[in-house]
Design a protein. Sequence first.
Length: 360
Amino acid sequence: MIKNIFFFACVLAGVACTSQSKDEFTVKGKLDKPFTGTVYLGHITDKFTNIDSVQLTNATEFSFTQHISNPDKYRISFKPYCNGYEFIAEAEGCYELKNDSVTVIQGKEQELMNRYLKTITPFRQEAEKLMNLYAEAETAKDEKALSELREKLTQHFTKEQQTTVNFIKSCPSSYTAVDLAGNLLLREYPEWKEVYETVDTINYTYSYAFRSLQEKMNEARSLWIQDIEAPDFTTTDINGKTVKLSDFKGNYLLLDFWASWCRPCRDKAKEIKKIYPQLKAKGIQICGINLDDERKKWLDASQEDGILWINTSEQKSFRDNQIAKDYKVTQIPALFVIDPSGKIVKQNPDIDYLLNLSTK
């Protein structure tokens, strides 16, 4: 009896999409309450474009059947506005939209995406809780709690991104992998390169997702200066003394770009301050490059943070600061480890790297 019920359910699922050809997909919506207005089927090429629409009058159901050549992302939106849907369509695909979710009747790519969403949802729920706590701490002006929450959010974000990368690695030949990769928010070029070399870079080049991935990777590559000679600089420290890169030749140098308004920079300075005696004992020198455009902001932040190392500034923002331009700094904090010969050996090192750096 159970087998018969299962067979009957499969037949019904098949019947639901029999009106489409092998180069089409069908998407059907079931709304939880009557809707009057326009439902749009949209697609992203170089920009988002509506490609079909249907007018509803006090109705709860709609459907679209659309020609498709390759798997790609589509969107259902409404006017007047209500929550829409995104889904990955493919030839012979059939999808049902209901209760803010996409049920796959037929189609492997959206099924993969549904698996991913199930995996990542707990991370997003936890991130929302942390953001709510952060908002409460901001209202209370609790700097200690804010600092702790920023660290937790950073760790949580890193873990979420790595979970996404791991999922991509589990299905590297899929369009879904390319779509997820194109939405990553990695920073370092080696991370982007690893993802790019994991996914299929041949069969999905037509897609916006692939172009987004490629653009992000190329941008990260253009900003990656590890393993090259460190750009020379001359600047001025907090006491008015001239500071040059050549002053540090023969020693390891940690170069730290920061600003008073950058809370992650200030948190990073606190981390570095905790291990400063160990770094000093290892012979690692530190030079801060401040990117405030006003001396008072620089001095106040330096005093508040109790900076112990060489502390310099041009009183120019990083958009106008030539040193920042030479080091291709577009976001801060930005750190560079320069070896005794003047070569950049590590870009954006973490604390463990600094503690384990052999200077002998």
